[in-house]
Ligand binder design. Structure first.
Ligand code: SD4
Length: 330
């Protein structure tokens, strides 16, 4: 994601938060925590990408008052979903190749309860619909028109998600694209968020407009439990960003959690999952994938195929952006 920083506009709130907090942005440093069960960092919330700073702020309002990780992650990613200037999540997200914005999201709590929506249209906050699927139905995932109808039944309002700006960008794309979905490492940036609350419970959320200009009906990893997100309250939580197809192929987030269960640090687990992505794909052109993980001790790690992935970490002392370590420069 070479020019991702140009592509993604940081919101005014994010900018303020970045300015007021020190940024660790040193080249390929990342966080490399060693397990230390004597010291648990909690509460803590972590999110993918620059927009994670603003999302973390919203989550922190809940976590700092002793609120649950589940409430915190829902509130956090709603900020990104409702930010029309963000072109990769929720309102204002780039559409599919037919000009239709379709959204994917999932949420998971400390009891292995989970809910998801895929290929959802016309709803600004899919994460909250996913939570309703989790809490009000016996199912895990609703998709497409059924998910949309369910959202209306639950009182969600119909919203036009295609902003004038996103429409203009799509119209430009159409001129050159010949209607081919192009997998481009610069046209997507999901928010995945993981939190550990004061009671030591973990939850996570993941939400996206998916890959821009995808074929109508395409669903990525982000709403798939075990791919875009996985939480096991005994061990830790993980989420993914980047090319969803590659994440699904290795059951990415579930693998990261299993690796932590087997003793890896969050950093080591994310690295090993990335190694697996690299090993399983002969052609790595534009194949960016990043994983973010948080364990029960509040230790954090992130790793990506290519340089450019970053994540925001909010603890009692700060809300900071960290550049993940990576496998390849470009
Ligand atoms: C997808 N994984 O739809 C998402 C896109 C993404 O950072 O994460 N971008 O494939």
């Amino acid at each position: 994601m070479k020019s991702r920083r140009n592509f993604l506009k940081i919101t005014a709130l994010s900018t303020a938060a970045v300015i007021s907090n020190p940024i660790i942005a040193s080249e390929n440093k990342g966080i490399e925590n060693k397990p230390n069960s004597n010291k648990i960092t909690k509460p803590i919330v972590v999110s993918t990408w620059n927009h994670g700073i603003a999302a973390n702020e919203a989550s922190w309002k809940i976590l700092s008052k002793g609120g649950t990780a589940l409430d915190a992650v829902e509130a956090g990613v709603r900020v990104t979903e409702s930010d029309a200037s963000n072109m990769s999540v929720g309102l204002g997200g780039l559409p599919d190749r037919d000009g239709i914005v379709t959204l994917d999201a999932c949420i998971m709590d400390e009891n292995n309860k989970c809910g998801a929506v895929a290929f959802l249209q016309d709803i600004e906050n899919p994460i909250s619909v996913a939570r309703k699927v989790m809490e009000d139905t016996p199912h895990v995932m609703l998709a497409g028109e059924g998910a949309r109808q369910f959202a209306f039944e639950k009182g969600f309002k119909k919203t036009n998600l295609l902003t004038e700006n996103a429409k203009k960008v799509w119209e430009e794309w159409k001129k050159k694209s010949k209607y081919q979905p192009i997998i481009n490492s610069e046209n997507h940036d999901t928010i995945g968020q993981l939190a550990l609350d004061e009671n030591g419970n973990l939850s996570g959320a993941c939400t996206t407009s998916g890959m821009a200009y995808k074929i109508h009906g395409r669903v990525g990893d982000s709403p798939i439990i075990g791919a875009g997100l996985f939480v096991d309250n005994e061990v830790g939580a993980a989420c993914a960003t980047g090319m969803g197809e590659a994440v699904i192929r290795i059951a990415g987030s579930a693998i990261v959690v299993e690796l932590m269960r087997n003793g890896k640090t969050p950093h080591e687990a994310c690295k090993e999952a990335v190694d697996r992505v690299v090993k399983k794909h002969a052609d790595l052109t534009n194949l960016q994938v990043g994983f973010l993980a948080l364990n029960k001790n509040g230790e954090v790690g992130g790793y990506s195929v290519y340089a450019g992935f970053n994540y925001a970490v909010h603890t009692r002392s700060q809300n900071e952006l960290i550049d993940a370590k990576y496998d390849k420069k470009q």
